[in-house]
Design a protein around this ligand. Structure first.
Ligand SMILES: N[C@@H](CCC(=O)N[C@@H](CS)C(=O)NCC(=O)O)C(=O)O
Length: 216
């Protein structure tokens, strides 16, 4: 039986897991939960994940949530499938884990003010200073991640680190639909824009685009 991915459109954490599944060519069924309909709070889903969050996977009789745990599980449980998500020796794999941790703890936080201003604040209530600080914070992160680039990807070969960062970078572009005059590319360095283009050229990337982004 194929693995089931409980997914929410636009969730960067669910998106990284879908990218990992595609990269490893693991067959899966995607169950899309609606945040606005409260699907994550419904008893049948809370029974799987008491923290009521996507991503959550069901693989046979095994249920797992927390995106990074899932991505590591996929590499461990399906070692023969596709390319590894944590390639290389112990040091390289540790570097990938460090990058993922930095993405979750610093890059993600840097995008918070932009997300607040774009999606959780009415246009007339927007705070220019908050937005400017958010933009500066993302630029600083972009510069740091540019220094981390090791050739084409963050850790050399394509890895879990790239799949953790890409949805957050893609989200910046998404902010453009809400923030007039906002140019997301201006927050990224040319090298990081090149990295983004390489991720977007992956043959499976298109099918992972959040469904509601396509509709807009
Ligand atoms: N640390 C979690 C974060 C997951 C998360 O926050 N998911 C959000 C969507 S981005 C969610 O499912 N929220 C629904 C809810 O809280 O009910 C992970 O890495 O999987």
């Amino acid at each position: 039986m194929a693995l089931t991915l409980y997914y929410g459109s636009g969730s960067p954490y669910a998106w990284r897991v879908q990218l990992a599944l595609e990269h490893k060519a693991i067959p899966y069924d995607r169950k899309v939960l609606s945040f606005s309909a409260g699907d994550t709070r419904k008893p049948e889903f809370v029974a799987l994940n008491p923290r009521h969050r996507v991503p959550t996977i069901v693989d046979g009789d095994f249920v797992l949530y927390e995106s990074n745990a899932i991505v590591e599980y996929l590499d461990d449980a399906y070692p023969g499938r596709g390319a590894p998500l944590f390639p290389g020796d112990a040091r390289q794999r540790a570097t990938i884990r460090r990058l993922v941790s930095e993405i979750d703890n610093y890059f993600d936080k840097a995008t918070d003010p932009l997300a607040d201003e774009a999606f959780h604040t009415k246009p007339e209530a927007r705070d220019k200073d908050k937005l400017a600080k958010g933009i500066e914070a993302v630029k600083e992160e972009s510069a740091l991640f540019t220094r981390y680039l090791a050739g084409d990807f963050l850790a050399g070969p394509l890895s879990a680190a790239d799949f953790a960062l890409y949805p957050m970078v893609a989200f910046l572009k998404r902010c453009e639909i809400k923030l007039p005059g906002f140019d997301s590319n201006a927050l990224l360095t040319p090298a990081l824009l090149g990295w983004k283009a390489r991720i977007e050229a992956l043959p499976y990337l298109d099918k992972t685009i959040p469904p509601h982004w396509r509709a807009a």
